[in-house]
Design a protein around this ligand. Structure first.
Ligand code: FAD
Length: 564
């Protein structure tokens, strides 16, 4: 059996290695257009910033080492330029020798990846406007940084790669403004969770222009103008475009393989395309969203690697199945971590799910042990069953662990009741006896079983119009004095039982504390005294984070285009 693989990085190299492990006799040819195989795309931002200083560390395998270990015929700088599916032949261009030749196959695996979107904007061809996909791109950026010593940069697009690049430019001593088209950065987070990130970005002096698209670049000798659609021009020494990727599937399309409107290759659960002899994996393919069962496009390294393995399994007669992608992702920005898994609100809405959400703040480890910090978690669950649909987390310590536990819960179809029961490893430096994941389970269970009803930060404005609504702040005097929701009655939790007579029984009570925990206790006291009450999920902290000044102020020297 002869298998030809197009693309030698995440999906392609995984497929090649698995094929060899399963079949010592297989003939395997891996074609890679670039100079490198099996390189660390995900490590490129850290090379730009100098955290990964040795460029050799970016290549996990060289063509030579891969050939030696896996006996794969690796051909770098060989580009597949056409596929004749009837004859089972790939036409290949040997780039170095400027020669074309034909390569036959029994099975073909496509793993061509995705290319950065580069809108055809005036001035975008200026050499100071960069994109980042591979090692040559990273080398170009690094070389420019070493030679031209830029002081300022505009990162166009505030997705996870944009934020990672921003961090690394700052580490290299460059001031950064991020210009983002949508109303918030990190599109996998909802608006109210992205607001948790701004504090960190502003703390590192990142300028944020939200709701702005770039209209044109204006290259001048010693500077580059980045013109926004709001009329502003940001002047910088360099710009990086990270506005998304699109499947690199021109080859598949011209070979007549079925693709969707977005250009992603359609595959079945065995990663087989519309041509039974051709498999496709990675950023080039459409997937099924594991939570909704609906078609999706989620380009990530983990899925690409797993799909490569599954394609190889199937070629070797093992019927492995890819059950979908849930989009677990994580990003670091200095000491902040943001992660998410499963559905966010816009995805849950688009899927027509009857969901609710809860915001919790829980300490990363026992508060009496030094160094604990709150993790902000937003969890989506199905109203009827309590099934966990998605989670978004922002914090500084222990975010990765909780995101992964929630990812497993989603994959296993677990409910909030299961989260409440989970027995997770605990000692004071690592967690609390009730882990943040247990806390999510408890909080949702309380809603599902009717022990408490909740309201959200976005409901607060509407309460002012309701005549029979009364906001009740149950925090301490000090907390109340530091900031509160105007019009709220203030009765600290610990004196609530003694001051019930001050509360108008004819009103529905909308109770809040700092995080939602003490107000839950207040609601339990009040509802058992026949008051009609609701708990503010995530408390004043979430409300203030989303609606307060920190969320909307830019760094003073940069105009801030943030709009609600
Ligand atoms: P790729 O790894 O892109 O490999 C495709 C290869 O195919 C390319 O080398 C290309 O040259 C080659 N090719 C294309 N067409 C042809 C042809 N006709 N002939 C020969 N060769 C061809 N994902 C995460 O999960 N976490 C992260 O932290 C993360 N960080 C990232 C940071 C950056 C800067 C980038 C660019 C990506 C990041 N990703 C991350 C995404 C991740 O790298 C991809 O999801 C993954 O590499 C996809 O694997 P793939 O095999 O589909 O494509």
């Amino acid at each position: 059996m002869k298998t030809v693989i197009i693309g030698g990085v995440a999906g392609g190299a995984s497929a090649a290695a698995r094929l060899r492990r399963l079949d010592e006799k297989a003939e395997i040819v891996m074609l890679e257009r670039g100079e490198h195989i099996s390189f660390a795309n995900c490590g490129l931002p850290y090379y730009i910033g100098g955290e990964i200083s040795d460029r050799k560390r970016l290549t996990i395998q060289t063509p030579r080492s891969f050939r030696k270990r896996f006996a794969v015929d690796v051909r770098v700088r060989h580009e597949a330029i056409a596929i004749d599916t009837a004859r089972k032949v790939v036409q290949v261009r040997d780039i170095a020798n400027e020669k074309d030749y034909e390569e036959t196959y029994d099975k073909l695996i496509l793993s061509p990846g995705a290319e950065p979107v580069r809108p055809p904007l005036p001035g975008a061809e200026d050499p100071r406007v960069f994109t980042l996909r591979n090692i040559p791109d990273a080398l170009r950026i690094r070389e420019y940084m070493l030679n031209a010593r830029p002081k300022t940069a505009v990162v166009v697009g505030g997705g996870f790669i944009g934020i990672e690049i921003a961090e690394n430019l700052i580490r290299a001593g460059i001031s950064v403004i991020i210009a983002e088209l949508s109303d918030h950065v990190i599109g996998t987070l909802d608006y109210d969770m992205a607001c948790e990130v701004y504090r960190y970005l502003l703390h590192k002096n990142v300028g944020l222009m939200l709701g702005c698209s770039v209209k044109a670049f204006h290259p001048e000798d010693d500077r580059l103008g980045v013109e926004l659609d709001n009329g502003d021009t940001l002047w910088a020494d360099m710009a990086l475009m990270t506005v998304g990727v699109r499947p690199d599937t021109g080859l598949a399309k011209s070979a007549g393989i079925d693709i969707n409107v977005r250009g992603a290759i359609l595959v079945d659960e065995h990663m087989r395309t519309s041509d039974g002899n051709i498999y496709a994996v990675g950023d080039a393919v459409a997937v099924v969203n594991q939570v909704t069962g609906k078609p999706a496009y989620i380009p990530l390294a983990g899925p690409a690697n797993k799909q490569g393995r599954i394609a190889a399994d199937n070629i070797c007669g093992l019927g492995s199945v890819y059950r979908g992608t849930q989009g677990s992702n994580i990003l670091r920005f200095f000491d902040m971590t943001a992660a998410s898994t499963g559905l966010n609100e816009s995805a849950a809405k688009a899927a027509g799910l009857d969901y609710d959400k809860i915001f919790t703040y829980s300490p990363s480890h026992a508060t009496y042990y030094p160094g604990s910090a709150n993790i902000s978690i937003k969890t989506l669950f199905e109203k009827k069953t309590g099934r966990i649909l998605g989670a978004q987390l922002v914090g500084s310590e222990g975010v990765d662990k909780r995101c992964d536990v929630l990812a497993v819960a989603i994959r296993a179809g677990m409910t909030a009741y299961d989260l409440a029961e989970m027995e997770l490893a605990y000692a004071p430096p690592f967690s609390s006896a009730k882990d943040p994941v247990n806390m999510v389970g408890f909080a949702i269970e309380n809603i599902l079983t009717g022990k408490v009803r909740q309201f959200h930060w976005h409901d607060v404005a509407g309460l002012r119009q309701k005549e029979n609504a009364l906001l009740l702040d149950v925090r301490t005097d000090k907390e109340y004095a530091a900031g509160n929701i105007p019009g709220a009655l203030h009765i600290p939790l610990d004196s609530l039982r003694d001051r019930l007579s001050e509360i108008d029984r004819g009103k529905a009570l909308y109770v809040y504390c700092q995080s939602g925990l003490r107000s839950y206790i207040a609601c339990r006291i009040l509802s058992q005294k026949d008051f009609d009450c609701y708990n503010l999920s995530g408390g004043y902290r979430k409300y203030e984070t989303v609606t307060g000044s920190c969320a909307f102020d830019g760094v003073p020297e940069y105009p801030c285009g943030i709009k609600i």
